[in-house]
Design a protein around this ligand. Sequence first.
Ligand SMILES: [Zn+2]
Length: 454
Amino acid sequence: MEGAVERRSGRSTRDPSFRSETLRDRDRILYSDSFRRLGGVTQVAIGDPSMALHNRMTHSLKVEQVGFSLYSKLTAQPSDVDADPDAIRAACLAHDLGHPPFGHAGEQELDRLVVCPEHREGPRTFERRAADPCPNCLLEDGFEGNAQSFRILTALAVHRESPGRPIGLDLTRRSLAATTKYPWTRGTSGRKQSKWGGYDCDAGALEWALGSTDADPTLDAQIMDWADDISYAVHDVEDFFRASLVPVDDYKSNTETLDILLEYVESPRALGPLTGEVKDALTSMLEFFPAARFSGRTEDLAALDRLRGVLLTQFINAASVDAQALVREPIQERLNSILKQLIWFHIIDDPTLSNIQAGQRRVLREIFEALRPVAEEAYGSGGTEPPGEQALRRLPYGLRRAIGVGLSQESGYTLRQKIVRGLLDYIAGLSDSEAYHLHAVLRGREHAGQLHRN
Ligand SMILES: [Zn+2]
């Protein structure tokens, strides 16, 4: 990669501990506030909170481990594989930074709040959005977890003070490219409509990191992506089996249970029909599933450990590189998807979670609706009037900081768009419990110093 270790600030300092530039990036992410916050963000908020299940921080640490194992596997033989182990580690630690409170439900709700129904169904191109802003969209480039991660790394996170222009953690080009699974701004169709890696206000940084606002993911990024798929499937199954929410043992002993799952998995809205080969591989995989409910006995722990080891090894070994692109054995890729479907079937599509999520969406919506008028008043989004002191004092520090980043950033945004982006940045940066708490405060149900601390 050309200029791979360049930083956007142009700064370069000699590292006294002889770390590589991309290892320095990885360490900056590990020590960032945004990484620390991941300890308070759940993957799927369900189950007994006392059970110490995975959160997004423990998940990210395991993705880093799997990413490094993948790198080691892919470069075990002398080869011309162009992967950077430290950029991969950086990307693995950073990949979930932009996840708002309450997982996917939170992500959808924040997007829904700022994009009008017409443009949610049919987004327009970057150029059209900029040239002819929609009067009904607050932000037509919406909200997306991956774009949010990129914004944290390149603008919101604080590494050093940089008056005049926010630079985030000021990572190298190589590491930024590695963190970007979807190196484009919001697109108009297919995958580019539902997933994107940079907002319109961050298009300059995206272009700097990848050379374009519509690029292909680098090999480092593809390795991070597969490491994420592997960890997510394996650790979720482990968590929900421990919590007795996924009866893994039943699948082994009861063919009827398996048939019901397969019916779900093979439906058109899930994976569609599976080949005989995939089903055979699934049967072989089930051999390693624990035979009894988890109750914390030594044999339960050993069975779980064995299952985890088998699955991780199998998925890591399924990877190879061809022409600097990651290749995954199709059968193993399918098995990985089936494990994820197991979680959808038992957890995500379950009515209990639907009700919890409806409440969580409401929490985010009401925070947004309560703070938006105050923020607009404070910053005078009507035009030229000076910021309203009175209103400014009602805004949490975190929100003022986020809006401040948008205001000092060169982008095509209007003042109102900058304020709304700042509000989304602030809400997306809350932990699950901070969101619940802030909501209670704003609705007059609790009083606390919360608003001032954040
Ligand atoms: Zn619109």
